[in-house]
Design a protein around this ligand. Structure first.
Ligand code: PMP
Length: 376
């Protein structure tokens, strides 16, 4: 038995995506910046077609999309890039305690560079209070960065309200959209800058998008300079096959989003009910309903997550985000929900996805039934 329930960390490459990429990994190997021959033109046409397809899913015009190596780079580039560009207007960034490390660490970098940062707290369900955001805004606030859906607890923030608060004050609004993109039906039109990654929606690793709307106050200072690609916003030869794969993966995800989220929501409910009956002391982390359909995060109070992970080694699970799983630190996201340290020490993230079947859920419940009796 082997069950993959770590779809927030990454997803398998869809076979249809690989098919779309294959020509650009083999015969069509031109560099899209080569403007003097047909190999280059062919690669450029593929990139521009992918840009149009992706823009269509984001209520964006193609030129607003910049290709990157993934969402970590997009977050770095958009947050630092905007703060540096607008430094004369102000130096204050507002973000949230439960953001992904690729936002929190960028905020900390900004602080070491002399900037000011406010971290908004979340309530016990993981949600930001829009009023707290309004109160935190100052004359010198130039950027607010809040993720759409959390990668550990799946909680979906009231992004439209938060963006409105930013816009009423002339502040730019950035959103790490990685976990929500293609998983929820989202109106992205209110968001000024968006970070996305292909490998969270059955596309390849190592390719991402940074959306920079053509709006006043939304400009960045390039973080990577060199060949002037992407209209000078991000230098470096483009990952043509990866970009083509990203567009294919996104369209497939958008075609299936309605039925897939319903299917995953039902499997997730079964999993939670099963776990709760196996171990009544289990607590769900994050809001019960305002969350990604494929996400369940549970604290098995009294049983450290490290022990559970060891016993459940043939089920791919995690105690926090994959990026921090090497540190052994209890999750900063769960710690933000509750002052009880046990809550974070005993948390397990279940990430359901396209490959998850009913059999997977049954096998997981059987395994948990055995391991919980062993560990209690
Ligand atoms: N933001 C969120 C919310 C994520 O889940 C991840 C991936 N763990 C990232 C950013 C970083 O994305 P990438 O792996 O493409 O660098």
């Amino acid at each position: 038995m082997a069950v993959y329930l770590d779809h927030h960390a990454t997803t398998p490459l869809d076979a249809r995506v690989l098919d779309a990429m294959m020509p650009y990994l083999t015969d069509a190997y031109g560099n899209p910046s080569s403007q003097s021959h047909r190999w280059g033109w062919q690669a450029e046409a593929a990139v521009e077609h992918a840009r149009e397809r992706l823009a269509g899913t984001l209520a964006a015009v193609p030129d607003e999309l910049v290709f990157t190596s993934g969402a970590t780079e997009s977050n770095n580039m958009l947050i630092l890039g905007l703060l540096q560009k607008r430094a004369r207007k102000g130096n204050h960034l507002i973000t949230c305690t439960t953001e992904h490390r690729s936002v929190v660490d960028v905020a900390e970098r900004w602080r070491t560079l002399g900037g000011a940062v406010t971290y908004l707290d979340v309530d016990s369900n993981g949600l930001i209070d829009p009023q707290h955001l309004a109160q935190a805004c100052r004359q010198e606030t130039v950027l607010i960065s809040v993720m759409y859906a959390n990668n550990e607890i799946g909680v979906v923030q009231p992004i439209d309200l938060l963006a409105e608060i930013a816009h009423e004050r002339g502040i730019a609004f950035h959103c790490d959209g990685v976990q929500a993109y293609g998983k929820l039906s989202v109106d992205w039109s209110h968001v000024d800058m968006i970070s996305l990654s292909a490998h969270k929606l059955y596309g390849p690793k190592g390719v991402g998008v940074a959306v920079i709307r053509r709006r006043p106050n939304v400009r960045i200072m390039a973080q990577q300079v060199g060949g002037g690609q992407e209209n000078g916003r991000r230098a470096g030869t483009l990952n043509v096959a990866g970009i083509v794969g990203f567009a294919e993966a996104a369209e497939l995800a958008f075609d299936e989003v309605g039925q897939e989220s319903k299917r995953l929501g039902e499997l997730r409910t079964r999993l939670w009910q099963g776990l709760k009956s196996i171990y009544p002391k289990a607590i769900i982390n994050g809001h019960q309903s305002l969350r990604l359909p494929g996400n369940l995060n549970v604290s098995f109070m009294g049983i450290p997550s490290a022990k559970i992970l060891l016993e459940a080694h043939d089920i791919a699970l995690s105690a926090g985000s994959a990026c921090s799983s090497g540190t052994g630190e209890p999750s900063h996201v769960i710690r933000a929900l509750s002052s009880d340290p046990e809550r974070a020490q005993c948390a397990i993230r279940f990430g359901l996805g396209r490959s998850t079947s009913e059999t997977d859920i049954n096998q997981t419940l059987e395994r948990f039934s055995k391991l919980i009796s062993k560990l209690t």
